[in-house]
Design a protein around this ligand. Structure first.
Ligand code: SF4
Ligand code: MG
Length: 314
């Protein structure tokens, strides 16, 4: 197991952003983490990389056998440089506006691999070619703002790959892009994953993205895991009412009537003052009295499927 997470909790003072998250991830596989904003999905992914942002982190994150919770900042930084990489929704936030993209990617190679300037420049152009940027030698001399959103995300991916990571965490990497470009970027990530045997964590609010890329899915709600299953199982037999709500709000390609999407009514719970019992109960169409008082445990269903709901397996 490349990544083995057990009982991970992250809190900022009295705010419990993430509670008791567990999962494992092998090389070559993609875990999708899906949820609304405030569900804890981004905080979870940052904590996996040892980016704690001053939070209190408990539980265990083992990366290739090494415990990251409580590890030295310097060790974590080295791991992030060499073995774990991250891409975000907005590549401009991670790219320097004043340097050419070639310089920035070359710098990453020099830092991570100790390559010479010249070798690093050559690798940078190769990396741009690998992520499908046309005329890579010429484009290496351009600045980030000279690229379209989709091309910029490709540059970001090229930079993330410079350290030849084992794990790539992608947080809403396609959210700002139009549908066609989004599909291209997802395909690119998948191709690179297959070529390199990368483990990928795809963090998104969009189940459509999950459906395209994930092998396994973690559905988060109110900082907790609501449901976890192999992607096929989750889409065929979603057990948690929240997951079903998310699925109902997906546009259906095979729907001749073009039924408007049904969003889940209500708003996500406050993390400062979460509701008692099941965090989803104020919005749940199936809530029972027990739901208002008792937190449902993450219960095991057949095929490694887990769901935290008092309805149990029907
Ligand atoms: Fe709904 Fe109750 Fe299940 Fe929560 S535990 S999702 S409120 S049925
Ligand atoms: Mg987020």
């Amino acid at each position: 197991m490349l990544l083995d997470v057990n009982g991970l909790s992250v809190s900022f003072g009295g705010l419990h952003a993430v509670r008791d998250v567990s999962f494992g991830l092998e090389r070559g596989r993609t875990l999708g983490i899906v949820g609304e904003s405030g569900s804890g999905k981004s905080v979870t992914s940052l904590a996996l990389l040892g980016l704690h942002l001053g939070a209190e982190v408990t539980g265990s994150v083992r990366f290739d056998g090494r415990e990251l919770v409580g590890a030295q900042e310097e060790d974590l930084r080295r791991l992030r440089g060499r073995r774990m990489a991250m891409i975000f929704q907005d590549p401009l936030s991670s790219l320097h506006p004043h340097y050419t993209v070639g310089e920035q990617i070359a710098e990453a190679y020099r830092l991570h691999l100790g390559a010479s300037r010249r070798a690093a420049r050559r690798r940078a152009a190769e990396a741009l070619a690998e992520v499908g940027i046309p005329a890579p030698e010429r484009r290496a001399r351009d600045h980030p703002h000279q690229f379209s959103g989709g091309m910029r995300q490709r540059v970001m991916i090229a930079m993330a790959l410079a350290c030849e990571p084992d794990l790539l965490v992608a947080d809403e990497p396609t959210t700002a892009l139009d549908v066609t470009v989004q599909a291209q970027i997802l395909e690119l990530i998948q191709r690179i994953q297959q070529d390199r045997g990368l483990a990928v964590i795809m963090v998104t609010h969009d189940l459509g993205v999950i459906a395209r890329v994930a092998d396994e899915v973690l559905v988060m709600y109110g900082g907790r895991v609501a449901e976890r299953a192999e992607a096929e199982t989750l889409f065929a037999t979603p057990r948690h009412p929240y997951t079903r709500g998310l699925l109902d709000s997906l546009p259906r390609l095979d729907d001749p009537e073009d039924t408007p999407m049904r969003a889940i009514p209500g708003t996500p719970p406050s993390l400062l003052r979460p509701p008692p019992g099941c965090p989803f109960h104020p919005r749940c169409p199936h809530r029972m009295t027990v739901c208002e008082n008792d937190l449902p445990a993450l219960a095991e269903l057949p095929a490694g499927h887990l769901a935290a709901c008092h309805l149990g397996s029907p």
